[in-house]
Design a binder for this molecule. Structure first.
Ligand code: DO4
Ligand code: MG
Length: 251
């Protein structure tokens, strides 16, 4: 597998230098993008930005679970959870889903790391950790049901493989449109994250090995206001500087 190696940028730079331009590449890229994943698992981290902690504390106040979100934000050990098997991951242009038994749903725009089997960060993509706020808010033990179901994970449009780590100034932008009109628009930067990307990587790989590498969503920095829930037909676009735009509509 090409992708799973330390020094991926260098390997690809060497390979690309001997290639001839292909005139059909542009239309392939525009029309036939698959999610950029093969056999890897997708994991996710949570409560890595103040905005996520604040929103989670609000939604779980009634159940008395708000204190756990407060604690994990400041704890040494981060929240890390299993998000998706590879075959469940959707790509750019695919339809994400909201659960039929959920009343409050949001997209979660997240910088997503590709980590090699040697625990090195080799690439970056855009992830959408589509979530049910009503199910998670009812009881934190319902987290796997709020987070992992058909149509709840999207990734793409590509993997950005730079020579140097991604800049903390990297912007993350979310727009949601309904019937052609924008109903949410927000931006944040990676520098607002409480933890570092290497810290999250080190916790994920501390006691687990990933033979073909692994993807790690790094938490959401943008949460629409409490009155907002996703609806069928909404179009969610997540842009991250240098990587591109991941667009999905809601089935
Ligand atoms: O604590 C629950 C999940 C948090 C999360 O997914 C996030 O902060 O992005
Ligand atoms: Mg998330």
């Amino acid at each position: 597998m090409i992708i799973n190696r330390k020094g991926l940028h260098q390997k690809l730079s060497n390979d690309v230098s001997s290639l001839q331009p292909n005139s059909s590449a542009a239309s392939y890229i525009a029309n036939e993008l698959l999610p950029p994943i093969d056999t890897q698992e997708v994991w996710a981290s949570g409560v890595t930005y103040f905005r996520s902690k604040e929103a989670r504390m609000d939604e779980s106040k009634k159940s008395g679970a708000d204190v756990f979100y407060d604690k994990v934000y400041d704890a040494e050990r981060p929240e890390i959870f299993f998000k998706s098997t590879p075959y469940r991951v959707l790509g750019h242009g695919d339809k994400i889903r909201i659960r039929k038994d959920s009343t409050w749903n949001v997209p979660e725009p997240e910088l997503t790391l590709f980590i090699s089997s040697e625990a090195t960060i080799e690439g970056y993509t855009i992830g959408d950790d589509v979530s049910s706020r009503s199910i998670e808010g009812e009881n934190p033990l319902y987290l796997p049901q709020a987070k992992s179901y058909d149509g709840s994970a999207a990734m793409g449009p590509c993997i950005y493989i730079p020579a140097q780590p991604i800049s903390p100034d990297t912007g993350i932008h979310l727009t949601i449109s309904r019937g052609g009109k924008e109903v949410f628009n927000g931006s944040a930067t990676l520098s607002q994250m409480k933890r570092s990307l290497t810290e999250l990587t080190s916790w994920l790989t501390r006691e687990s090995s990933f033979k073909q590498g692994v993807f790690l969503m790094t938490g959401t920095c943008l949460v629409p206001g409490d009155g907002f829930t996703l609806q069928q037909g909404d179009v969610v676009s997540i842009a991250i500087d240098k990587i591109g735009v991941l667009t999905n509509s809601v089935a």
